[in-house]
Ligand binder design. Structure first.
Ligand SMILES: [Zn+2]
Length: 294
């Protein structure tokens, strides 16, 4: 990687973020990924505010925790990404109000576009690092699809040492064993040829955001409930009762079955570590789409 490319990676992966008290604020990274998706698809990262206002606004609603004190609008990153010297608007706009941005277009600077288009590896590194910095690994495919980058084969940006991979495999094994290879929320247990199937070890505080591989930072969850937990549909109280987001909607009986989990109390066999309050509080603040269904 040449010096110019390293500089681009550095600038794109260290966006100034509203990050008081360690709050997640992935507004700018979502816009960046969307611009890279546009660049790969059309050869230009140019996005008209009117075209992305809805699309980006929806992504922000989906992936930014409702506890975030940053406004949940597309206008916020569309205007503020200029401060990071990687994004330019086609006109002077004096604030991040949607009305002011009407008719404006934005794009990555031409030098950044050139580096990304000429160096597929750099582009992949930027995408992988942005995802790793912001989102649980279980969400990466969904986000790539939403920004038009699902065709991109990216190498994981989280560089793990051999020791780290071994520790994390051991953690998974212990979590599944302690929770008796059954979903802590619904009890789903299944095996195929003697091995659990559709049951996963889930971090409460995401491992890529300082969540430790400790037994009090994990649960066994079925694949569906793991996804809903990482997307903030499901949460936990510090008394270990399951919460369901009031923003969750489903019309079929199977979809509505999620409401059956409201108030279910985790009840593992004796000796199993329950998730620690500090990790639950992090999930509640940074992931769960509150408020919860009463
Ligand atoms: Zn389940």
């Amino acid at each position: 990687m040449g010096p110019g490319e390293e500089d681009v990676v550095g600038r794109l992966t260290s966006l100034k973020q509203y990050n008081q008290q360690g709050n997640r604020a992935p507004h700018k990274p979502l816009l960046l990924l969307m611009a890279i998706g546009e660049l790969l698809g059309t050869g230009s990262s140019e996005l008209a505010f009117s075209e992305v206002e809805d699309r980006l606004g929806r992504l922000i609603k989906e992936y930014v925790p409702t506890s975030s004190s940053v406004r949940q609008t597309a206008a916020y990153p569309f205007w503020r990404l200029q401060n990071d010297q990687i994004w330019v608007l086609d006109r002077e706009v004096s604030s991040d109000s949607p009305r002011q941005l009407e008719g404006a277009t934005g794009r990555l600077t031409s030098s950044i576009e050139r580096v990304l288009l000429d160096n597929p590896e750099t582009l992949q590194t930027v995408v992988a690092s942005t995802l790793a910095q912001q989102f649980s690994p279980t969400l990466h495919d969904d986000i790539l699809a939403a920004v038009g980058l699902d065709s991109l084969e990216y190498a994981s940006g989280t560089k793990r040492t051999a020791g780290g991979a071994k520790r994390s495999a051991e953690w998974r094994r212990r979590i599944l064993q302690d929770w008796q290879e059954a979903c802590a929320f619904c009890g789903f247990d299944a095996s195929l040829g003697g091995a659990p199937v559709g049951i996963e070890a889930a971090h409460v505080r995401w491992v890529n955001l300082d969540g430790p591989n400790h037994l009090d930072n994990g649960l066994a969850l079925c694949s569906l409930h793991h996804k809903l937990f990482d997307r903030g549909v499901l949460g936990l109280s510090t008394e270990h009762e399951v919460h369901v987001s009031r923003h969750y909607k489903a019309s079929s009986a199977r979809g509505q079955a999620v409401y059956d989990l409201v108030g279910v109390r985790l009840n593992p066999r004796p000796g199993t570590a329950l998730p620690a309050p500090k990790h639950i509080e992090w999930h509640c603040q940074q992931v769960f789409h509150g408020p919860a269904v009463a």
